[in-house]
Design a protein around this ligand. Structure first.
Ligand SMILES: *Cc1c(COP(=O)(O)O)cnc(C)c1O
Length: 480
């Protein structure tokens, strides 16, 4: 096949042969993924123990790699694509998204500047304008794709910091006013990490208490801002969450926006998981006030079937984001700079993948209605599961279910010791997961060990939710 193995790439014929073979492999995998245990039955180190310590000196045939994928990688894989993966916030990759990933690797453009990747740049602008419309955001909002919500939020907080009346870009943080950022106790840890990265410091982050439904209390935010100003801090950013990580609670964005406008501080809204439901008119009550935010993050790689990774940051002040990061080296200047977007200007990264291609494929393949109906079905199943929990004497729900994530635990009339109840529920969750039939994770709510079940996978239907409920019931009777 390969006449001269010392130089050049894999010959086209060989690429074709293994390309077809791997597409079959992937199609079989996706067809049968529900038959594997969701969680692999392995111990730390098991995968490494099967891998050589050094790279091979002489090239190997692709057959050898495929065989090892079956023998070593598969048994060490947690199957996120499994219909009963109901842990964390699921990310499932759809067929059109996977195919687009292949294309994007083939083009392998680096979209630093328009000239280095015109199609990638202009497709990103176009698809994000479609997406802005789906999210019902006003026209002033501009979108940009980053890898993850953590990185999107870090750039939002950097924009907030850039808006402060002190030239941090020029002078750095050491002589800057003591900045303060606000988020609820239930905000994602990425908000704190973003603030840490930007030199805000842990003392510059204030967690606002939540009400009985785990939503930020606006009056507490207002009081905190007053108190901090009196103590010499400069409040500069508030983060509201639509769909918090533990319970998917929704902060009152509209009331928080009132406060941010009055106090002249940047409002960032984190909708990494639940933000996609802004495309459902019946969910609009959760998004009231979003149009007044300064920035908003949503992850199509979570609940919109786009392969990891693809996060979108929308901002109504793209010029501020650009002010914070633009730094154009001589070798990156082009003749078109005044008429095009050069995405390198909007963040810390120079190089970037052609990510918009997979969002474009997913939006076009399913269509807006196809995506809406999938989200609606997940929400219907979430409400159904919540009803099963409520109607069963052996269980109780520990938080409202605005979307399709259910927080619950087992209970018993004679149990009173909270520690014992916590231990029992942890044992229950481990028993459920050890069946390999379903994978759930937990959180702690008001000191209570809380089992979480999230329904957002593209392959998840009613029968999978029924199976999960059966496994939960069986595991409970087994350990009682
Ligand atoms: C998942 C999640 C994040 C972090 O997302 P990454 O893309 O993994 O960085 C942030 N905020 C919320 C609310 C999330 O659900």
């Amino acid at each position: 096949m390969n006449k001269d193995k010392s130089f050049g790439d894999m010959p086209p014929d060989e690429f074709r042969k293994y390309g077809y073979e791997l597409i079959d492999w992937v199609a079989n995998y996706l067809e049968n993924v529900g038959s594997f245990p969701v969680l692999p039955n392995i111990k730390p180190g098991d995968v490494k123990a099967h891998l050589p310590l050094s790279a091979p000196k002489i090239g190997e045939p692709i057959d050898a790699m495929i065989a090892d994928v079956d023998k070593i990688i598969m048994p060490g894989t947690t199957h996120w694509q499994h219909p009963n993966f109901m842990a964390y916030f699921n990310s499932t990759a759809s067929g059109p998204g996977i195919l687009a990933e292949l294309l994007s690797a083939a083009f392998n453009v680096n979209a630093m500047v328009w000239k280095s990747a015109p199609a990638s740049t202009e497709l990103e602008e176009t698809v994000l304008n479609w997406f802005r419309e789906l999210m019902n955001l006003p026209k002033e909002f501009r979108g940009i794709i980053y890898d993850t919500a953590s990185v999107s939020s870090m750039h939002a907080i950097a924009s907030a910091r850039e808006s402060v009346e002190y030239d941090i870009r020029k002078k750095g943080m050491s002589g800057a006013p003591k900045l303060k950022l606000y988020c609820s106790e239930h905000a994602h840890s990425s908000i704190e990490k973003g603030a840490l990265t930007l030199g805000i410091g842990l003392e510059g982050i204030r967690k606002i208490p939540v009400d009985s439904e785990f939503k930020m209390i606006p009056s507490a935010l207002e009081n905190a801002i007053k108190e901090d100003r009196a103590n010499g801090f400069l409040p500069f950013c508030a983060v509201a969450t639509i769909g918090t990580t533990s319970t998917t609670s929704v902060d009152p964005v509209s009331e928080i926006a009132d406060i941010c406008e009055r106090e002249k501080i940047w409002l960032h809204v984190d909708g990494a998981h639940a933000g996609v439901t802004a495309m459902l008119p019946e969910m609009s009550n959760h998004f009231k006030g979003l149009e007044r935010a300064d920035s908003f993050v949503v992850n199509p790689h979570k609940w919109l079937f786009v392969p990891v990774d693809l996060s979108i940051l929308f901002t109504r002040k793209p010029e501020v984001l650009k002010e914070a990061f633009s730094l154009v080296a001589e070798y990156l200047k082009t003749a078109e700079d005044s008429v095009v977007e050069n995405y390198m200007d909007y963040g810390i990264q120079l190089g970037r993948r052609f990510r918009s291609l997979k969002l474009w494929f997913v939006l076009r393949y399913f269509g807006v209605e196809g995506l809406q109906s999938r989200l609606r079905e997940h929400i219907r199943l979430g409400q159904l599961f919540a009803k099963w929990v409520d109607e069963d004497q052996s269980f109780e729900r520990l938080a409202p279910t605005p979307f399709s994530t259910i927080c619950f635990r087992a209970k018993h009339a004679v149990w009173s010791d909270e520690n014992k109840i916590n231990e029992f529920n942890e044992t229950l969750m481990n028993a459920i997961n050890s069946t390999g039939k379903v994978f759930l994770t937990h959180t702690k709510l008001n000191g209570k060990f809380t089992i979480r079940l999230c329904i957002s996978g593209i392959r998840t239907g009613e029968k999978h939710v029924e199976l999960a409920w059966e496994v939960i019931q069986e595991s409970l009777s087994k350990i009682l």
